[in-house]
Design a protein around this ligand. Structure first.
Ligand code: 5AD
Ligand code: SF4
Length: 371
């Protein structure tokens, strides 16, 4: 029998981390073992991110290093995740050592695709965008036995103008509340103490058939007494309300921390970004959060969005100064083909993006050190 071993290299966000973990589970359940490096693996997946060009460049450079493994007994190498969906067939054309290209929605089919590649030497490109099969989450394998990440929704229908997510992960799709709770309970039976609920915008979760929204789902899960800590990412300010804060304050096991990206402090830029709130709306929300939850906040910020002038940038700086985030991820704008913002000229020179990036990083470093 052939030695079955798998290696997954993951780039990108927590959603990708969880997808890689669930995928490892599927392969382990089919008799595979985890290889500690690509050289020892018969199946290699690279789970990719497309959120900024830099993320794609890193994955492409890693894929290049795998070429040397393509000897007389080559492993099956697949590109999966966001860049697989975004670049599709082009990847195989550029890198003939790849055998599989698979979008995030189609990961459940990978064990079957690997068999096809092994048995028939074919190449498989599946960039379909469908609702994920529930069976994708069937394995209870966890990389950290105390902490389970549970996907509540995939994709996003907000269409922030800079963002590639709706194009690579599709529109918002919800898992059934019952399926989510069943998965949580399966993990608890295995001794898990900490749960993180995952979605591109968790607060967008409204399961109409059963009249359950995110706040109610969170309450249901937080009521499970075996869970010692529960948190969730990511929250969009336009869907976040004091109702959520009240539930966060009420349940001792809900972590008193919220990741609440504001992206820009300038109302003009927020409008161009299609974010659906103003600086004032955001600051009022923060005020409610501090009053009701008495917790900490973190955020994401983009500098150098097209047409961002000095006064726009200063508005962003002002939000960092006022809110005092525990930590902040600060990004330089990177145009993503097909998005609305890509139609605007990327007119802020990289040197200026760098300068603004550095100013905010230094500012936040000082704030974080005082918290
Ligand atoms: N350029 C720079 N940063 C981006 N983000 C999303 N798209 C882009 C882009 N095109 C950032 C946002 C988001 C985080 C995950 O990545 O701040 O919240
Ligand atoms: Fe995650 Fe978005 Fe990157 Fe995809 S593009 S890996 S969803 S951050």
């Amino acid at each position: 029998m052939e030695y079955k071993s798998i290696y997954i290299k993951t780039f990108g966000c927590q959603m990708n981390d969880r997808d890689s973990e669930a995928l490892l589970g599927l392969f382990l359940d089919r008799g595979y073992i985890i290889a500690t490096n690509p050289q020892e693996a018969r199946v290699i997946f690279v789970n990719t991110c497309s959120v900024r060009k830099h993320a794609e460049d890193r994955a492409i450079s890693f894929l290049g290093t795998l070429k040397k493994l393509y000897n007389e007994k080559p492993p099956v190498i697949g590109v999966i995740g966001c860049m697989a969906k975004y670049q599709g067939r082009r990847l195989i054309e550029k890198m003939p050592h790849l055998s599989i290209i698979c979008s995030p929605s189609r990961l459940y089919h990978l064990p079957e695709y690997v068999e096809k590649v092994k048995n028939f030497g074919v190449k498989i490109i599946d960039t379909d965008d469908t609702q994920r099969e529930e069976a994708f989450y069937e394995s209870s394998f966890l990389l950290d036995k105390d902490h389970a990440q549970v996907v509540i929704s995939t994709g996003c229908s907000n269409y922030c103008s800079y963002c590639v997510v709706p194009y690579v992960r599709g529109n918002l799709r919800l898992r059934k509340p019952q399926k989510i709770i069943e998965e949580v309970k399966r993990f608890i039976e295995r001794g898990v103490k900490k749960i993180t609920l995952l979605g591109q915008n968790v607060n967008d979760y409204v399961y109409k058939e059963e009249n359950i929204d995110f706040v109610q789902l969170l309450e249901k899960i937080a009521s499970i007494k075996e869970i010692k800590e529960i948190d969730f990412i990511t929250s969009h300010p336009k869907n976040t309300s004091p109702r959520l804060f009240k539930v966060m304050a009420e349940y001792p096991n809900i972590k008193k921390h919220l990741h609440l990206p504001f992206q820009s402090g300038s109302d003009r830029i927020l409008k161009l970004m299609n974010r659906g709130y103003t600086q004032k709306d955001y600051l009022l929300l923060v005020e409610d959060f501090y009053k009701i939850v008495e917790g900490s906040l973190s955020t994401d910020v983009i500098v150098g969005f097209p047409t961002e002038r000095k006064k726009d940038f200063l508005k962003t700086k002002e939000v960092l100064e006022k809110v005092k985030f525990k930590y902040a991820y600060i990004f330089k704008y990177s145009p993503r083909p097909n998005t609305e913002a890509a139609k605007l000229t990327d007119d802020i020179p990289n040197s200026e993006k760098e300068r603004r990036h550095k100013i905010l990083l230094n500012l936040q470093k000082n704030i974080s050190s005082l918290i």
